[in-house]
Design a protein around this ligand. Sequence first.
Ligand code: FAD
Length: 439
Amino acid sequence: RTAVVLLTRDLRVHDNPALAAACANADQVVPLFVLDPGLGRLSPNRSRFLHQSLADLRTSLRARGGDLVLRAGDPVEEAMKLAREVGATMLGVAADVTAYAKNRERRLRDACDRERVSLRLFPGVTIVDPGELRPGGGGSAYRVFTPYHRAWTTAKWRDEVATPGTITLPDVAAGHLPAMPSGESPEAAAGGESAGRRRLTAWLRDIDAFGERHDDLPGDGTSRLSPYLRFGCLSPRALAGAATARDAEPFLRQLCWRDFYYQVANTFPRIATTPFRPNAGDEWRDDPEALTHWQEGRTGVPIVDAGMRQLRAEGWMHNRARLITAAFLTKHLGVDWRHGLRWFGRWLLDGDVPNNSGNWQWVAGTGNDTRPYRRFNPIRQARRFDPEGVYVRRYIPELASIDGPAVHEPWRLPDGARRRLDYPGPLESHRDEAVWLRP
Ligand code: FAD
């Protein structure tokens, strides 16, 4: 028996249910990845990370006697072509929640039915399956986090599966990995299961301090594992197991947020384009100039600009900074969250539809938040989470000469000192509460 495993967002050999099942049930296994030529244009950073992840996975599979078979084109057509070529009777793939993935699954099902190949869907993209927990009183998904979290903490998780020992590949051309894409962020983390596992090992030494440190902007005390979860270089289930063994409740809660947005996206496929509820405020403004200032980290509000520059430099931004920058765009500049979503989507290594859209909607007040009118005062946030201005100075060299917390409000400096800075004055907010910016 021969099986094809279509790998998508599960680019790992450890705890990979689709790969493990194929190795257990078939004599020959073809691990396949299909490069969709259109996707690279959306995000050069993720394209590079994906390339590194594929190269690493190929090395791991070769070390087990197998290979990563690469094709370019439409994933369904290429998977079926390969299944015919090797005479596969089974095709395995990880179930996923986005509209794109569901369409792929539906087309795979039709094609497999036609060609008498058995299609099997496997868990692995989340910790708890997206459709598993249902709110009481009907409804297809939880819309509010707290009750979901309560149910999630008592849900039974699937068992982790064994890493395959040896893999037997049928006679098939492996295909070339194209040249490494250049990416856009000079300090972006490297992709791949090996890099992810090294990061994880280091993180498990720090995990106990997460509860205290996760909002500390200069301390950088979060795991930075999100890109590895995004591409499935790490198994969320295995990560949750490691966190449970260390009683790391605050960290598990963050992982639960990820599952939460996946189950929302599972039942609300238009999450990236359509608000859950009307904008909790005024109409969105069309202000391309303000949007450009925000994108380039030149709003003149240092804590906002520091976050936006971290995004471009690293392809990643601290969660607290994501909240501050997203709230600034939507609540202070009044610009539609979908512009911010697209900009984050272009740069973030961890950018994905459920988390990016769910969080943007939460901040914008159109999403699954019980307090949609919440405002973030960026200066208060800056004083609280970057009390000495270390984070701001790290990303804004123009302000490096200003000591201590004064760096958060350069507009309060004496005239002469302010004029010497090569840094803009603060953008006017369209809302009255912008008084915080006035001296
Ligand atoms: P840690 O604090 O170490 O958390 C561990 C893991 O938990 C993360 O890797 C992530 O998988 C999950 N997690 C943590 N916070 C959240 C959250 N609020 N929502 C969902 N999952 C969470 N996260 C993404 O993975 N992809 C995105 O595209 C994305 N876009 C965002 C956009 C906005 C406007 C905001 C406010 C947040 C966004 N987040 C997104 C959530 C969060 O900021 C990142 O997951 C987190 O910063 C990643 O860093 P970390 O791995 O060090 O997180």
